[in-house]
Design a protein around this ligand. Structure first.
Ligand code: SF4
Ligand code: SF4
Length: 364
């Protein structure tokens, strides 16, 4: 397993994100199947496990604590996050998190999903001073933030100062078309190590179109499609850790293989990847990462990421694919265009417009 020195520790370059764990029919985490993934990763040298107060409806932290219980505490690193929207009472949240994890300290603690509309709350509600005090007390080892916002907001975070690291959405598509490169450069210039989230964009870059996959496979028949995304990130010196939200043992095995053997992309391969990415981008429309931030506020109880997934299939496969919305009790047909979802969307997707297009396609 490749490792890097990150905040004075030797940390595996691959980290496990615990937000897409396998679940049972009742929607709860399937402990045995999920713990088998943790065991496979731990036994192959993965020593960083990322969770959050809100993942899996609050279940993820308890799961991570229980799944890692059998291993020596100093042999792994745990990261979790405070989300001011989910529960503004940061003192109560922190105590609850230590209880859920059943741990005395948290290795990496993050302000969760800094956004343009939440940054001021995070910086003025007293939470930073409280978490810094927890750091002095040894209950937090390193303090940082995860980020889904504009470059102006990143500047505000950097000017505030005192952070040990930052976590950003970084992958070759965001590098080419969105702010990821600019964010990475700002953080690197400020001396902050970078953790990558969404390296395959919520799975979007794990399965490209047939045409674009064929171009990559022609160059390297033995490389998996997701491994191209990881090999791209390995080119970046200041990427210290790459999180992958693994849901199956197969994904874990593929990632372990990549992070054991893979080398960074050559310049020639990077050029090919960028070219393929441009083709791919033309063929997809909604850059949804299935983060589900939009779902709770929908008055019509529409499973928005499911609709976005159908939308993308419709864009790739034709109008018949849009009819899959009819399999859902609440669907794009029920959208009232209120826009409550759009303001929550880190990808700035115009969800009501896409719902409208999807509904029209399904009815045609
Ligand atoms: S615009 Fe549609 S999808 Fe978005 S919150 Fe309103 S009803 Fe839900
Ligand atoms: S539409 Fe936006 S907020 Fe909703 S799941 Fe997709 S990326 Fe997340």
């Amino acid at each position: 397993m490749k490792t890097k020195t990150f905040c004075d520790s030797e940390v595996s370059l691959l980290g496990m994100g615990n937000m897409r764990l396998p679940t049972s029919e009742d929607g709860k985490i399937d402990f045995d199947r999920a713990a088998a993934i943790i065991d496979r990763l731990y036994n192959n040298g993965v020593n960083y496990y990322d969770t959050a107060y809100v993942y899996h409806g609050g279940e993820s932290e308890g799961f991570v604590g229980a799944a890692l219980k059998k291993y020596p505490r100093e042999s792994f690193h745990v990261a979790t996050k405070y989300n001011c929207r989910a529960n503004p009472d940061f003192k109560a949240v922190f105590e609850e998190q230590l209880e859920r994890l059943d741990m005395d300290y948290i290795d990496y603690y993050l302000l969760h999903a800094i956004g343009d509309s939440t940054v001021d709350t995070y910086l003025t509600n007293g939470c930073v001073e409280f978490f810094r005090e927890q750091k002095r007390l040894g209950k937090i080892r390193h303090l940082g933030f995860s980020f889904h916002a504009s470059l102006e907001t990143m500047r505000k975070m950097l000017d505030f100062g005192g952070w040990d690291f930052a976590q950003i959405q970084l992958n070759y598509l965001d590098w080419l078309f969105y702010d990821a490169k600019a964010q990475y450069d700002m953080l690197t210039k400020a001396g902050l190590p970078v953790i990558v989230m969404e390296p395959v964009r919520g799975g979007r870059l794990a399965k490209l179109t047939d045409e674009t996959e064929a171009q990559l496979l022609a160059a390297h028949p033995d490389w998996s499609i997701p491994s191209w995304a990881f090999r791209f990130l390995m080119r970046l010196d200041n990427v210290k850790l790459i999180l992958s939200g693994m849901s199956t043992l197969d994904q874990a095995d593929d990632n372990i293989k990549t992070f054991n053997d893979a080398e960074p992309l050559s310049d020639e391969d990077a050029e090919l990847l960028f070219s393929v990415c441009k083709d791919f981008k033309k063929q997809i429309s909604a850059p949804c990462t299935a983060c589900r931030y939009c779902v709770e506020g929908c008055p019509m109880e529409i499973d928005i990421p499911v609709m976005m997934d159908i939308y993308n299939k419709f864009k790739l496969n034709g109008r018949f694919a849009a009819r899959a919305i009819n399999d859902h009790e609440h669907s794009a047909k029920d959208c009232i265009g209120c826009g409550a979802c759009t303001v929550q969307c880190p990808q700035s997707i115009d969800i009501p417009a896409l719902m409208d297009e999807l509904r029209s396609a399904a009815e045609s």
